[in-house]
Design a protein around this ligand. Structure first.
Ligand code: NAP
Length: 440
């Protein structure tokens, strides 16, 4: 009998696992389950709206989803519609690919004040994630502090300072474009607790900040070392050298060249969010880097702001029915194996680092482990069991054809030049499906 595999989560890690499984066992049957009606996870809700090219991987995922051996079950929340244990009873193997969609906290006083948001919430908000569309941040400020020096910090800064024209050919939803473009933001401070050499952003993303229509990058030349020193891989050294070169060019730009500025601030660790109920400033301790670590110097200063975005990494939440390592923020696993017939891939396996392609080897490893552990034959009911159970519970799900209807409706509604106008209300998804069902 064909092996039945359920993959929970339809982001890159889930789809790369499905790809690898189809190659490793051409007879297998794969069901990709997502709690949302739309597939692609981080590609839809994490990648910045103005990075449409990065979303091209969706085309490959769409081909995988259209394979006869693969079914999509959207709007099915494991833990709510059915439990992980029930799923494991129905499938020979279950792969957890649920990612890390939540905010890591700063852990400093004042971070619960109004006007302090995590980058996961903020990015999900401007990317029309159904759970976040109503969490409109207060953008009525001239000054924003972004804490962190990774690619997410850069994404957030860029989306905040780009002009309506620069965002016109994107899928930034209207409800986010209005407050962002109407905001009086003139200065965005991106603050790193370590130095420019230790910053996590990649060079293409950093360079992009030098080519904005209305915003000039600023950095203090005194913060830039003459060269990259220390032990690291040749690849890392190249990225860091390029970053230094880019930052050196930024240090020569004039502050009044443009109406807006993004300031790259290094060697500053946040110690407190100041203000009354609403944030008014962030207090930082100046640092120096010793053996790669930020060490406080005892000198403090403040940056006034009306919005703080903490872009200090994402967080996975525990999955009911799977062991969880709260310290590492991952499902307890041995190279991806969680328990009999249970596997993990992507950020829930190894934490929130790496780019989209970093998930490919996870998928390959999980496919190989499944074949090694279970052979090519299965015996569990798989999708027949799942559909019977969902029907018995009166649950409707979004299948591939339904998703394709939603996608067609989003493309048809797009403004000129934009790729799509995302739907985000549950009732709107269902309305599209009901309309099409009635018409068909
Ligand atoms: P990240 O790359 O890990 O960066 C997190 C930043 O937050 C680091 O600068 C880190 O500083 C800082 N930080 C962490 N805890 C802090 C604290 N308590 N106080 C002050 N600063 C703190 O994470 P990310 O930006 O969320 O990105 C996640 C992954 O997605 C990355 O692998 C990233 O490359 C990828 N991504 C890629 C793209 C793209 O390719 N365009 C776009 C978005 C995201 P330390 O280094 O000192 O810890």
């Amino acid at each position: 009998m064909a092996l039945s595999v359920a993959i929970v989560g339809s982001g890159p890690a889930g789809f790369y696992t499905a790809d690898s499984l189809l190659k490793a066992d051409p007879e297998c049957r794969i069901d990709i389950i997502d709690r949302l009606p739309t597939p692609y996870g981080l590609i839809r809700f994490g990648v910045a709206p103005d990075h449409e090219k990065t979303k091209n991987v969706m085309r490959g995922f769409a081909r995988t989803a259209s394979d006869d051996r693969v079914h999509f079950y959207g709007d099915v929340d494991i833990g709510e519609a059915l439990s992980l244990d029930e799923l494991r009873e129905m499938y020979d193997a279950v792969v957890l690919a649920v990612g890390a969609a939540h905010d890591r906290r700063l852990g400093i006083p004042g971070e619960d004040k109004a006007g302090v948001v995590g980058s996961a919430s903020f990015v999900n908000w401007y990317n029309a994630h159904p759970d976040f569309v109503d969490r409109t941040p207060d953008l009525d400020t001239s000054s924003v502090v972004i804490i962190g020096a990774g690619n997410v910090a850069i994404d957030v800064a860029r989306v905040l300072v780009k002009t309506p024209a620069e965002m016109a050919a994107t899928d930034l939803p209207d409800y986010a474009a209005r407050p962002i473009h109407g905001a009086p933001i003139s200065d965005v401070y991106m603050v790193a607790r370590r130095g420019p050499v230790e910053a996590k952003f990649t060079n293409v993303e950093l360079r992009e900040m030098g080519h904005l229509e209305q915003c000039v990058p600023q950095v203090a030349a005194a913060d830039l070392p003459a060269e990259v020193t220390g032990e690291m891989s040749p690849r890392d050294r190249r990225v860091r050298e390029k970053n230094l070169e880019t930052l050196r060019a930024f240090s020569e730009r004039e502050a009044d060249e443009m109406p807006k500025r993004v300031h790259f601030v290094f060697f500053a660790s946040p110690v407190e969010i100041l203000g009354g109920e609403h944030v008014e400033a962030v207090r930082f301790e100046r640092t120096r880097v010793e053996n790669g670590r930020a060490v406080g110097t005892g000198e403090h200063y403040e940056i006034a702001c009306g919005l703080v975005v903490a872009a200090v990494g994402y967080l996975s939440l525990p999955v009911d029915g799977a062991p969880f390592d709260h310290k590492q923020g991952v499902v307890v696993n041995e190279e991806g194996r969680v328990g009999p017939g249970l596997y993990a891939v992507g950020w829930i396996k190894r934490g929130p680092t790496g780019v989209i392609g970093t998930n490919k080897p996870d998928g390959r490893d999980a496919a190989q482990q499944i074949i090694d552990d279970l052979g090519a034959g299965g015996g569990k009911p798989g999708r027949e069991g799942l559909e019977a159970l969902l029907r018995a519970r009166g649950r409707r799900w979004v299948d591939l054809e339904d998703w394709q209807r939603i996608e067609a409706a989003e493309i048809a509604a797009a403004a000129e030049g934009a790729p799509r106008r995302k739907l985000y209300r549950h009732e709107d998804f269902l309305a599209v499906l009901d309309e099409q069902r009635a018409a068909g």
